[in-house]
Design a binder for this molecule. Structure first.
Ligand code: SAH
Length: 245
């Protein structure tokens, strides 16, 4: 997510060994320190398939290549784009590339751990971006998750290009969950600009959220424990229904 200590050692090793590093510039910077002879191919965040293909071209020519993502590369990030690029081609030299996908600490996990254990029971992760899926599908999934009383982590909650979606998602949730439902907001988790806190579904407004925020909406059982310093631990118990004796 941004903090070097949250990068798994296997990833550090691959980055250290790579000749070419591809990725969104912000994330490439966070993947440092790099050596001067390592070649950085920084690109805009939106060109994911093009970046994946570029990675295959370099790797097929014999180069050792790393494509970086923030958090976990398999969660709304480059690993799926890399496999889509591979799926789209019959080029034997691309299929012959020695490909490994390494896990990372996803934003929801990083935020959850810092504030407690809001994902301590069943939960789902939903991207609120309707760039690559219909908004109706997102609402349908939200409704089912709400009916199932899942805790939920929202990625891509809002952006300049998608200003109204979060408000509509919250309107839907409020039909199922009480205003006291706990909500965790983690912004830039693991980065120097980190902000982490919690509020309630009743008090949450969309101006508290931006594109660098992960929003965790608790289930009906998610609770808070006040800390002596005025903040709180937020957690969802492991049990459901009635508390075991
Ligand atoms: N692969 C990333 C997610 C990419 S989708 C991961 O596993 O974390 C981009 C969304 O992830 C952002 O809109 C935001 O909701 C969330 N996100 C990514 N990094 C974050 C961080 N450090 N702090 C808070 N949210 C983050």
């Amino acid at each position: 997510p941004g903090d070097a200590t949250m990068m798994v050692p296997a990833v550090r090793r691959e980055i250290d060994q790579a000749q070419d590093i591809l990725g969104y510039e912000t994330y490439v910077k966070m993947a440092g320190p790099l050596r001067p002879e390592q070649i950085v191919h920084g690109t805009d965040n939106r060109e994911e398939l093009a970046r994946a293909r570029h990675g295959f071209e370099l790797a097929a020519s014999g180069r050792s290549v790393v494509i970086v993502s923030s958090g976990d590369p398999g969660v709304f990030a480059m690993a799926a784009a890399v496999l889509e690029a591979l799926d789209d081609t019959d080029k034997p030299e691309w299929h012959g590339v020695e490909l490994v996908i390494l896990p990372g600490v996803s934003a929801a996990m990083a935020a959850a751990a810092k504030i407690g254990a809001p994902l301590g029971h069943d939960f789902c992760i939903i991207s609120l971006s309707d760039n690559l899926k219909p908004w109706a599908t997102i609402l349908d999934r939200l409704r089912h998750a709400a009916e199932g009383d899942f805790a939920m982590a929202f990625y891509n909650p809002i952006s300049k290009a998608r200003p109204w979606q979060l408000g509509e998602a919250l309107d839907l949730l409020r039909q199922y969950r009480s205003p006291e439902t706990l909500v965790v907001l983690g912004r830039d988790v693991g980065r120097p600009t980190e902000r982490l806190g919690h509020t309630t579904l009743g008090e949450l407004t969309i101006d508290m959220v931006d594109s660098r925020t992960v929003v965790i909406v608790g289930s009906s059982l998610t609770r808070a424990i006040a800390k002596p310093d005025g903040t709180a631990w937020v957690y969802t118990p492991r049990w459901y229904g009635t508390k075991p004796a």
